[in-house]
Design a protein around this ligand. Structure first.
Ligand code: MN
Length: 322
C-alpha cells in the first residue's frame, strides 16, 4: 500500500512558493438529522461523482458500502480517479468476493446506461495505463482529464501518485510506512468487527491515528502543496485527486488567484467521495453505513458571474468542530 506510506515518510521542506493553506471548516460527520440531507429512501442525483482508492481485490475494501451508494445514486459523469482495482493486492493473494464483482458490474452497467464514465488509472492499477485513450464497454481510460463544471469551472483530475517523488525522500521510510499501514488496517478491520457486533457504526482507527501523527500530517501538507502548485501551472480552477486516503475539500490562495483542492478520500477506511450537485456546488460526502445515506462533510459554492478569484465558501451546516 505505497500511497499511504507517504504519510510516514520524511517530507521535503516547504518550498517558498508553496500555497497558503486555508483550513477547511469541518462540520461534524455524525449523522444528525440536520446533517443528513439525503433521505435514504430516495435516490440521489448529482451532476458529477468522483471516487478513488476503492481497492477492489483487497480485503479492506468496503465494497458493500460503495455498492449501497451506487445503487441509490444517479449521475451524469462518474469519474474513477485511480486505485479502483488493487492489482498489487491481487498479485499477493487472489481475493475477489461477490461484492467486489458487484461493484464492477454496477459501474459497467452505469456506463452502458448513459452515465459518462472515465477511468484514470493510479499506481495500484497502473496496468491500465497501457490502455489510456481507449474505451472499454463505455468506459473511457485517460491519464488525466479536465471536467467542465456546470458553472464553467475547469476541474483537473488526476490520481496523485505522480507527486510521490516530490513528497517523499527516503525509500526506507516508504517501506516502513507500508508495513505500518498494513498493521493499522489489520487493527482497523478487527476493531470494526468488534464494534459492529456491539452495534456501533463503522469508525476508522487508521484515519484517527493518521491525523494525530505529526509526520503524517506533514506528508499530507506537502502532497496537497505539490498538487496545488501543479494545478496552478495548468491554469485550472480546481484539482481533484485521491491517492493519500485523506479526504478534503478546501480553497487556497496562490499567485493572486484561488484554487479548490479536492481529495475524494477512499473506500478502505474513510468511505468518502466528491460530487458536483445539479446546482454546481462541490461537496465532500461521507457514507453513513447506519442510515444508508451520505452526509455532507464540506461544501464549496462557485459563482458563474464572478471570476475564479471570487469563490464563495459555504459553511455547511452551522456546527463546527475544532
Ligand atoms: Mn494510489
Amino acid at each position: 500500500m505505497d500511497k499511504i506510506s507517504t504519510l510516514f515518510k520524511q517530507v521535503t521542506q516547504a518550498k517558498n512558493n508553496s500555497s497558503t493553506y486555508v483550513p477547511p471548516v469541518l462540520t461534524t460527520s455524525l449523522s444528525t438529522e440536520e446533517n443528513t440531507l439525503h433521505h435514504p429512501q430516495h435516490p440521489q442525483f448529482f451532476y458529477a461523482v468522483w471516487l478513488s482508492d476503492v481497492h477492489l481485490g483487497s480485503i479492506d475494501c468496503k465494497a458493500d458500502f460503495l455498492l449501497d451508494f451506487l445503487n441509490r445514486t444517479h449521475c451524469q459523469h462518474l469519474y474513477l480517479v485511480g486505485d479502483i482495482i488493487d492489482i498489487w493486492a491481487l498479485k499477493k493473494r487472489v481475493f475477489w468476493p461477490d461484492s467486489h464483482q458487484a461493484v464492477l458490474t454496477k459501474i459497467l452497467e452505469l456506463a452502458q446506461n448513459g452515465t459518462q464514465v472515465f477511468y484514470i488509472p493510479g499506481n495500484h492499477d497502473e496496468l491500465f495505463k497501457a490502455y489510456v485513450d481507449s474505451h472499454f464497454r463505455g468506459v473511457t481510460i485517460a491519464p488525466d482529464y479536465v471536467h467542465q463544471s456546470i458553472l464553467g469551472k475547469r476541474c483537473l483530475m488526476l490520481h496523485g501518485d505522480q507527486f510521490d517523488s516530490e513528497v517523499c525522500v527516503s525509500r526506507t521510510y516508504a517501506k516502513l510506512g507500508d508495513h505500518l499501514y498494513d498493521v493499522l488496517l489489520w487493527l482497523n478491520r478487527h476493531l470494526h468487527h468488534v464494534r459492529s457486533q456491539l452495534g456501533y457504526p463503522y469508525w476508522s482507527l487508521a484515519s484517527y491515528i493518521k491525523l494525530r501523527v505529526n509526520k503524517a500530517q506533514q506528508a499530507i501538507n506537502s502532497f496537497r502543496d505539490a498538487v496545488i502548485r501543479f494545478a496552478d501551472k495548468q491554469q485550472v480552477d480546481m484539482v481533484i485527486c485521491g491517492h493519500i486516503h485523506q479526504p478534503e475539500l478546501s480553497i487556497h490562495d496562490l499567485n493572486e488567484r484561488q484554487i479548490i483542492y479536492a481529495n475524494d478520500g477512499d473506500w478502505v477506511e474513510n468511505c468518502t467521495l466528491v460530487v458536483e450537485t445539479l446546482l454546481g456546488e462541490f461537496q465532500l460526502l461521507k457514507w453513513d453505513e447506519q442510515h444508508k445515506t451520505t452526509n455532507i462533510i464540506q461544501s464549496i459554492e462557485t459563482d458563474r458571474s464572478l471570476s475564479s478569484a471570487s469563490l464563495e465558501q459555504a459553511q455547511h451546516p452551522k456546527q463546527k468542530v475544532a
